[in-house]
Design a protein around this ligand. Sequence first.
Ligand code: URP
Ligand code: ZN
Ligand code: ZN
Length: 472
Amino acid sequence: MKTLLKSARIITASDEFSGDILIDGERIKALGAGLEADGQTRTVDCTGKFITPGGVDVHTHFDLPMFGTVSSDDHYTGHKAAAFGGTTTVFDFISQDEPTLAESVQSWHAKADDKAAIDFGFHMNISHFDDAVAKEVPALRDMGINSLKVFTAYNGRLRLDDGDIFRVLRIARDNRLLVMVHAENGDVIDVLVKEALQSGHTSPEWHALTRPAAGAVESVFRVIQLAKQAQAPLYIVHMNTAGGVRLLREAREQGLPVMGETCPPYLFFTIEDLKKPDGAKWICSPPMRSLQDNQVIQKLLGEGVLQVMATDHCPFFYDGTKPILYEGNPVAIPGKELGKDDFTKIPNGLPGVGDRMLLMWNYGVRKHMITPQQFVAQHCTNPAKIFGIYPQKGALLPGADADLVIWDQDNPITYGVEVARHRTDYNLYEGWKLQDTISGVYLRGKLIVDNGQWMGAKGQGRFLHCDDPQVI
Ligand code: URP
Ligand code: ZN
Ligand code: ZN
């Protein structure tokens, strides 16, 4: 089956032109002006529309157990929400919960494979480390995994000490794996949390006040120096402070193979949002910072210091005692209300996988924070390159998977929980105006979102075996 998308504005990470895209089966066959349809080709007029590659979101947490509940999107509902927001590939983090890494990987396949509605890869969390784990790490490459996440925070749960992070970095370097790091100061957080609770400070803003920006900056500095000593590349996830992103810039200027990711909330929200009566909606780790942090991160994103925009999608209900209707059925999953009397019991995480492309196009590109080419680079091409799935994903090129987003120019809507398809009861961007919206999404040549209609299916998503990571 062939499809010819005619007369669109086509946007890539390096270019922009008017033309047509011919899809043959699951792949892009040709791009150019004046492409002709034969008898078997379905032609779609894209006049007035623009096309980008399908988005690649390399930071999600579907079906993640936390604080006695679970993130409210699973590998079907989260994939579907992603698709409505123009994302056709996601990477989820495997918890190191089973006796071996191989069994942990299997447990994530068991959650994801039958539910997946878009294509997906995995990262492996390394949250405890010893000689046995060290021996197992290289085999992850045979399982299609090329990335490990380590943590300098969440003491007693996920954190590794510096020596173990250093060892992981060296093993990764020798096996063409990329280390991703969550950078906050776990020791300082523990002291501040204890003191806050002793003083009776239990409201959501204390989540942010007990996780200071300076600890995140110090930790970014430390992990960059650890990677330098290990001579290993490094990818810093969810960068959230001005100081941290400045350190990333400095490291890159020195030629170090360090890359950085941020997420839209760190551009648009601050600790002031946590002080609102419904402040628990903004609780995630690392937390929201200051307006100055927002502004510097926006500026340095526009200067190309950060390579990737991801989401850290990890949604919870705001009030998980009240069901919402999802695909016609009532669903209620315990959420942020678990911590109504104690901020340390509020599940950490935000919805966002479906918001990312729409928000960043309308409030990034249209507000001149980033160019259309940077948008495609940060949301599609760079993450695909870094995690070894380019040019199959993240590219509009002959031979690439036909993952495409059809955008409607000047089709204003008001965004919010009713528009976003996340399986939760709130959206952080409630009431925000979007000027350009998404009317069609193709996954490997199949139209899975058609003018607000879900045409996709559970189980259609495929696991991606990642090639070598790239430093960009
Ligand atoms: O609050 C968040 N981000 N929860 C997910 C876990 C993480 O650290 O990415
Ligand atoms: Zn993290
Ligand atoms: Zn995360």
